[in-house]
Write a protein that binds this ligand. Structure first.
Ligand code: PHE
Length: 517
């Protein structure tokens, strides 16, 4: 009985009959064949019980150029320490050591401080202040080679080293050297090919070569060739091609989540004009008319429309009085002459606080029942240079609660609840400053991914100077908070460049996991 194999597989079989076991890669090189083709051939042999293979995960290390340098000339901290010992520098000022290291060892600038840090970590030296002068005190008397050095030299000797060849006591230094980019790690699967007894024994005369085809064609039928070909079997377990179906943009998913959370907490969404008066963007928020944030380099002013409508005279008057002398608030105000024309200037709103502050008048005039809880998630504009963490057009999430006797605890509770639902389990608030709130709190959340605290927004209780013009007074108070939406999105979507959220790189959109919310 003969076995039918494709021509490539026959070549592979014959090459393997000359070897005991052979790595797939070696065989591919030897036969000048594609690695994939070799594995396909071996699988065919396996189907016929002629061959098999084993798989092994290999981790290999190699020195970088810097690593090679240190393998030959010692790690810089060791060179520095050797120098210290040889010159018996028991106690030396940081500056002197720095000058000497540069002159004698050519270890300077960043390299010097990195080396010193390593020595401090190893507790070979320590740094203190003596008479106000940073001084290095040497704690170890003799020079000793570091274990990292032995590892570097070992890798240098063999060029490439398998993790398993590294002795146990040196293994712990691998991570350090990797972090210092002195070595690089390569992981791959090594497939070792072998023949079964049958495979070894099979003779050429027992094999017939077949052409394997994937498709039956008209030609095959017309010429009768179909009798001589072998049809490739379908592998129903092979994954099909990936498809990228339509989906909601990840940023929109985040926006929707923000809405859902606020709705679930009893808030209503409000929207306000993007083209805003300076009055609502600044004046109503007790920002003096010469406040630096109003400058052209922060704010986009509009030529058209050139002037904005202001609310009723009564309110404008109260706001102007608050600026000039504090009005009825007990505050002294800013003490300058308020100019209506400055308030009428039109701007692209720089924050959505312009939108929430518009609610203050409505709440009282329309007699809405308190507490009034509203939020906004909307566009704002700032004249910023665009880079990986800044956009000139971005979004803010903002909210206020107008209620009797509401306090800082309520504000904190609301924020903690919101961020928890947004997927941030730890938040801290710290004192902050905004011209329109007192007290003010800055909000930071802990990012599990980045393992760090990130400042994310501002909040506070609106000052009497903001509330009083609209008839809001004790015990009614306004809790307010606001923050950039993209900050949350970057953390949740793991994007390091804010522009990606709007450039929408297709490859990312296709792969992007649905945000875990
Ligand atoms: N408007 C502030 C900002 O743009 C945020 C803020 C809103 C602070 C409300 C306090 C109260 O950063």
């Amino acid at each position: 009985m003969t076995i039918s194999l494709t021509p490539d597989t026959i070549t592979i079989l014959q090459a393997m009959q000359a070897n005991d076991e052979i790595p797939a890669r070696t065989l591919a090189t030897k036969l000048e064949m594609d690695y994939i083709m070799v594995m396909a051939g071996v699988n065919e042999l396996k189907e016929h019980g002629l061959g098999d293979f084993t798989e092994e995960e290999i981790i290999e290390y190699q020195l970088t150029e810097e690593g090679q340098d240190y393998a030959k000339n010692l790690l810089p901290e060791s060179r520095l320490f050797k120098f210290i010992v040889q010159n018996e520098l028991r106690q030396v000022s940081l500056n002197e050591l720095r000058a000497k290291a540069e002159k004698e060892l050519n270890i300077k600038d960043r390299m010097f401080f990195i080396s010193l840090n390593h020595l401090r970590k190893a507790m070979w030296v320590s740094q203190t202040n003596i008479d106000g002068i940073p001084t290095i005190v040497v704690l170890k008397q003799e020079f000793e080679e570091k274990e990292e050095q032995a590892l570097l030299e070992m890798i240098n000797d063999s060029g490439v080293i398998n993790r398993e060849e590294i002795p146990g006591n040196l293994q712990e230094h691998i991570e350090v050297l990797k972090k210092r980019t002195l070595i690089t790690e390569k992981k791959y699967t090594r497939r070792l090919l072998m023949l079964t007894g049958e495979g070894k024994a099979i003779k050429e005369k027992d094999i017939s070569s077949v052409k394997e085809v994937t498709r039956l064609t008209r030609e095959h039928i017309k010429t009768g060739e179909w009798r001589n070909v072998s049809f490739k079997a379908y592998d129903v377990e092979k994954p099909g091609p990936a498809i990228a179906p339509g989906r909601i943009n990840p940023l929109v998913e985040i926006i929707n989540k923000v809405r859902e959370i606020f709705y679930s907490m009893g808030f209503m969404e409000i929207r306000g004009p993007i083209v805003e008066s300076a009055f609502f963007n600044f004046d109503a928020l007790f920002q003096p008319q010469d406040h630096p944030a109003r400058e052209m380099h922060d704010t986009f002013y509009l030529e058209k429309p050139g002037s904005a409508r202001l609310p009723g005279k009564k309110y404008v008057k109260r706001v102007s009085e608050v600026h000039e002398n504090g009005g009825k608030t007990g505050s002294t105000g800013w003490g300058y002459t308020w100019d209506k024309r400055v308030a009428q200037q039109t701007v692209l709103r720089t924050h959505t606080t312009a939108t929430t502050v518009r609610q203050l008048g409505k709440a009282i005039q329309q007699g809405v029942p308190l507490p009034l809880k509203v939020f906004s998630v909307d566009r704002v504009y700032r004249n910023e240079k665009v880079d990986r963490s800044h956009l000139a057009e971005f979004m803010q999430v903002e909210g206020i609660i107008i209620g009797d006797n509401v306090n800082l605890g309520d504000l904190r509770g609301t924020l903690v609840e919101f961020y928890k639902k947004m997927g941030f389990n730890r938040i801290i608030t710290r004192p902050g400053f905004f011209p329109y709130t007192e007290p003010s709190m800055e909000i930071s959340v802990y990012s599990e991914e980045l393992e760090t605290w990130m400042e994310i927004g501002g909040s506070g209780i609106f000052r009497p100077e903001v509330c009083e013009p609209w008839g809001i007074k004790e015990p009614t108070r306004v809790l307010a908070w606001g923050q950039g939406l993209e900050r949350i999105a970057m953390l949740r979507l793991k994007r390091k460049d804010i522009r990606d959220l709007y450039k929408n790189p297709l490859s990312w959109l296709r792969r992007a996991p649905y945000p875990k919310l």
